[in-house]
Ligand binder design. Structure first.
Ligand code: ATP
Ligand code: MG
Length: 576
């Protein structure tokens, strides 16, 4: 039961938008007195935001408990040696914040906790009988993001619910994956999100099966591609489409021609106007493990690094221009993979399927300042493997059903689940003894929810020109009681009476007892977005009060005696 009087509360609302805010949730959170910036990507949460965060965390906690999750608290400070065992001290790169203690030992601030929990369980769990286990925590994470922005949407210090499951076999791990997936749906349903579950790339966490939960919003940083005919939906990083190519003219002969100074796709078009981007074979060379990988895709597409890393089973890194010259015989700008070229013979070449069967294309000759025209992919190029290398785009045919077309929409990633297999348990010796006496690494899953990001995502999805519109499930209070004048005896007494009654009924009430103008009170009540407002004004002399629905703005005048009943009706209809 909660009843707060604003004169005892701390609600520093502002009229002005913060200058660094690019999206509405960031603007409104600062204006509604919820967050304040300490430094880039680092924020303090004021009382209002803390209340909302608690509500979000509680929903997450309830649903994790319901599927048997056990809450734990894991250290933020994590030693280098542990991360070296999984290879991630290197792999995680500059996103991990690192420091040395007074003895010179190195640590990272936990960006995620696979290493810590797996290491812990490697000492605790010996037998298949101890499995399955599902541990979770709601805790602060640190990531030195390349571009912290959008307030707490992408911050460097943020709060995450992370969960890890441990299993004796793959089947059990997949079962758990599905249970967490269902729990996530319940969480996002309860919050009232309009969201979509999509197939996702696994990035450097590793693993083979993964889904993201995307809150649909135009300001989302992720692009989702979904099929307009079947249920396929995927993050653009992962999406598989097929490109329908126009009929080719009969293949011409392969011809080498001089292209002095050509470095880019546009440069080549200036020399030969038929060399449109889609006719040029983009040739890229990356280091994968300790070997070079030559990647071919049409010039009008972007390379999908995440997809290539998944195929290659590890991260890609770049070569210097000098190293490329050494490998290929030419600098970037004149690279190609034409069969007869000696340089290409010993290199692995992967090509994007959208190049299949095409002819009359252009490619570099691996001689600076020379290209080929009339390239027939099947006849002329050395290709060792076909796999998707391009980022798919809207308009491609669905790679799943083959019937529909891929459409796009933007999303905010609020959750991400991974089937990990034994990626971590193997490197950290988290073995168990099976019933036949054999030892083998446990099978794992890991599951994240951006609990602080959820707050921002909820605002992106639910606001108007006047401010935030909280869904009831995470609203900081249920009812805002607004007496026009606190100095007016009748209004004050009625406000206090309402506060008592509603609190007793289990509602959370905020009473605006400030000595400020009615305009300020109305503006603040709209800005902070409490679902229901009761206004006590002059009509109270006739026994009437006003009930206003924040979401629709609709206002009704009702007799005081009917107020409790009406509030109940309203709040039950709106997610009570
Ligand atoms: P993103 O692609 O947005 O950087 P991620 O794939 O790195 O996210 P995960 O490692 O899967 O994220 O983390 C789990 C969840 O934590 C994400 O789904 C997201 O909701 C949240 N999250 C990740 N990074 C941040 C951040 N910098 N600020 C706030 N929340 C974040
Ligand atoms: Mg990230």
């Amino acid at each position: 039961m909660v009843c707060q009087y604003l004169s005892n509360y701390y609600l520093p609302t502002r009229k002005e938008d913060p200058r660094d805010a690019e999206i509405v949730s960031h603007r409104l959170m600062v204006r509604a007195g919820m967050i304040r910036k300490l430094s880039s990507g680092v924020y303090s949460f004021l009382p209002l935001a803390s209340r909302i965060q608690h509500k979000i965390d509680n929903i997450v906690r309830e649903e994790m408990d319901r599927i048997g999750g056990l809450e734990v608290k894991l250290p933020i400070i994590q030693p280098r040696e542990l991360w070296e065992k999984t290879g991630r001290w290197e792999l995680y790169g500059p996103e991990m914040m690192r420091f040395k203690d007074r003895r010179g030992a190195e640590y990272g601030l936990g960006p995620t906790h696979e290493e810590v929990i797996t290491d812990l369980l490697s000492y605790e769990v010996d037998s298949y009988r101890d499995c399955p286990l599902l541990f979770y925590q709601i805790a602060t994470k640190f990531r030195d993001e390349v571009r912290p922005r959008f307030g707490i949407m992408r911050s460097r210090e943020f709060s995450m619910k992370d969960a890890y499951s441990f299993h004796a076999d793959e089947e059990d791990a997949r079962k758990s994956y599905r249970e967490v997936e269902a729990a996530y749906c319940r969480i996002f349903d309860r919050i009232g999100f309009d969201y979509r579950k999509v197939e996702a790339a696994t990035g450097q966490i590793g693993g083979s099966l993964s889904h993201e939960f995307m809150v649909l919003a135009d300001t989302g940083e992720d692009l989702i591609l979904y099929c307009d005919s079947c249920s396929y939906a995927a993050n653009q990083e992962k999406a598989e489409g097929t490109v329908v190519m126009p009929e080719e003219e009969p293949a011409r002969e392969l011809e080498k021609f001089p292209t002095p100074g050509v470095k880019t796709i546009d440069d080549l078009i200036k020399i030969d106007s038929e060399a449109l981007p889609e006719r040029q074979v983009k040739t890229l060379v990356y280091r994968s493990g300790d070997r070079p990988l030559v990647l071919l895709l049409p010039g009008n597409y972007q390379l999908n690094e995440a997809a290539v890393e998944e195929q290659a089973g590890g991260p890609l890194s770049e070569y210097s221009e000098a190293e490329i010259k050494q490998l290929m015989g030419a600098y970037p700008g004149s690279l190609g993979a034409v069969k007869q070229d000696a340089a290409i013979k010993n290199l692995q070449v992967w090509a994007d399927p959208s190049l299949k069967g095409r002819s009359n294309l252009y490619t570099g000759a691996n001689i600076d300042g020379y290209h080929y025209r009339g390239v027939d992919v099947g006849r002329d190029l050395k290709i060792d493997r076909w796999c998707q290398l391009r980022v798919s785009i809207a308009g491609e045919q669905c790679g799943r059903c083959g019937n529909g077309k891929l459409q796009e929409q933007r999303g905010i990633e609020v959750g991400h689940i991974f089937y990990l297999g034994d990626r971590y348990s193997r490197s950290l010796d988290a073995d168990i003894t099976m019933d036949d006496g054999q030892k083998k690494p446990m099978i794992m899953g890991c599951y994240g929810i951006g609990t602080s990001r959820i707050m921002a995502a909820a605002i992106e999805q639910s606001h108007d020109d006047n401010g935030i519109i909280w869904p009831r499930s995470i609203a900081p209070f249920d009812i805002y009681i607004l007496p026009i004048s606190w100095a007016n005896d009748q209004q004050r007494k009625q406000a206090e009476e309402f506060a008592r009654i509603f609190e007793k009924q289990g509602y959370e009430v905020l009473v605006d007892d400030r000595d400020v103008s009615p305009g300020v009170k109305f503006n603040d009540s709209e800005l902070i977005g409490i679902p229901l407002r009761i206004t006590l004004g002059r009509a109270l002399e006739q026994g009437l009060v006003e009930l206003t629905d924040r979401a629709t703005g609709s206002t009704r005048e009702i007799p005081v005696e009917q107020c409790l009943e009406q509030v109940e009706v309203y709040l039950t209809e709106n997610g009570g």
